[in-house]
Design a protein around this ligand. Sequence first.
Ligand code: FES
Ligand code: FES
Length: 160
Amino acid sequence: MRCELITIKVNGEERTLAVAPNRTLLNLLREDLNLTGTKQGCDDGDCGACTVLVDGRPVLACIKLAAQCDGCEVTTIEGLAREGRLDRVQEAFWHEGGMQCGFCTPGMIMSSYALLQRNPHPTEAEIRQAISNNLCRCTGYTKIVAAVKRAATFAEFTQR
Ligand code: FES
Ligand code: FES
């Protein structure tokens, strides 16, 4: 299969990569760039475990072709912490105990992060809507919602 060259910025670093037309963004991230924080759950667009940001918007990386991301900026869970410090959303999940097995957590955090970027003070209904594509088998969602509310209270939450 013929590959094409794409250039994407991943967590702030520009990368030029040869990708097959059927290569998904998820496989590119996990297998070519070793960014395994993004999880492979259903691999079919149903669970949200693979959620990353493409140009700031949450995207299911398992059903997004890598070639469609040419020229885009991709942010994964590995791109949130800075200089060894957790991002505020990560910190809020930690404090509230918004995870159990943790498999859904990277995707949950990316969806929540995107919500707070566009809506710094969401209602509970807006939080639940924003994570409605992210399935969690463990927590019952209550602590996840509490974590997003907590993250929203950090006054210095800033856009990146
Ligand atoms: S792995 Fe992508 S939605 Fe489940
Ligand atoms: S914490 Fe286990 S699936 Fe959400």
